[in-house]
Design a protein around this ligand. Structure first.
Ligand SMILES: [Zn+2]
Length: 314
């Protein structure tokens, strides 16, 4: 696995800008050449409604930096080590982290404006942004099932429970433990504990094994109209942002979908090779291959839906 090399702050800033610009472009109004499949159009319209709030989202992020008197050098160091911590995987790479970070900013912006006041304080906002940046750090490009079935040391370390997510959270805080990268250095010890708890909970909740439970919880909260705990808002925001690719402009959404397929396919090949050597990964290989095939079929269906809509219009 090739690791991202360390880069200078200028290069990093360029990368972040480019990824955010890609993501912003993807949220603009649908181009007449690339109509959306009907199933995605509704979700896409909801995102488009927040278009005007994008600038405010960016300034809110800067608000966090000034609220905690964050050193720009420390922030630059932190971003650099986070960038270097992501592998050059087809999908789980630094660009994905930035895409998720940007979607979190949009959700924060939308949430804060729904009732005319801020629903989350700067400490919560900071926790969400740190969690978004680190939520897939050091991802090896294979799933929890692969890691557990292959008896990896990581699985032993985390007792087979949300192995990757535990590792992402632990890696994020290992980076923050270095004073040069510690963007939380100005926080009071009690605030730091709160941020740590929130970041860990948010990252752990990105495990797809908890998806159904999280959806049930969000649905229940919405139906009851009861007060929502900040931690529930943050975990929901990060999970939503992590799965927000389908509401991007279709060409970009399709690109991400194909990249996920590539990653699954690589894992399936890896499993098959291991199974051939008697490593007991045959079922994991079959599951990964089936996932890749199902994603490719879904992507092909969306492409053909797009093509037929385009033909109908012309
Ligand atoms: Zn992710």
């Amino acid at each position: 696995m090739v690791r991202a090399a360390g880069v200078g702050p200028e290069h990093l800033a360029l990368l972040v800008d480019r990824a955010a610009a890609d993501h912003s472009r993807a949220l603009r109004g649908p181009s007449p050449r690339t109509p959306y499949p009907p199933t995605l159009a509704r979700a896409r319209r909801a995102h488009t409604a927040h278009r005007a709030r994008r600038r405010r989202a960016a300034s809110q992020e800067q608000g966090v930096i000034s609220a905690f008197n964050m050193s720009k050098d420390t922030l630059s160091n932190f971003l650099n080590v986070v960038f270097a911590g992501y592998h050059n995987n087809p999908y789980h790479n630094f660009q994905h982290a930035i895409s998720v970070l940007h979607a979190c900013c949009l959700l924060l912006s939308a949430g804060n404006q729904s009732d005319g006041k801020r629903t989350l304080d700067p400490l919560h906002t900071l926790a969400l942004l740190v969690a978004a940046l680190g939520h897939d750090i050091d991802h090896p490009g294979v799933s929890n099932a692969f890691i557990v079935n292959s008896g990896s040391p990581l699985a032993l370390c985390y007792n087979d429970e949300s192995v990757l997510e535990n590792h992402h959270a632990a890696t994020t805080f290992t980076l923050l433990a270095d004073k040069r990268n510690d963007i939380l250095e100005t926080l009071e010890p009690s605030e730091r504990r709160i941020v740590r708890q929130l970041v860990c909970k948010c990252i752990l909740a990105t495990d797809m094994a908890h998806h159904s439970e999280l959806v049930r919880q969000i649905t229940r909260l919405g139906a009851d109209h009861t007060a929502v705990e900040p931690v529930d808002v943050l975990t929901s925001f990060l999970h939503l942002a992590d799965l927000s690719n389908p509401v991007l402009q279709f060409p970009l959404s399709k690109r991400w979908a194909l990249l996920v397929c590539d990653e699954f396919s690589a894992q399936a090949r890896c499993c098959a090779a291991a199974a051939a050597c008697g490593a007991g990964l045959a079922s994991a290989a079959a599951a990964a291959a089936a996932d890749a095939r199902s994603l490719r079929r879904r992507s092909a269906r969306l492409s053909s839906a797009c093509r037929s809509r385009r033909t109908t219009r012309t």
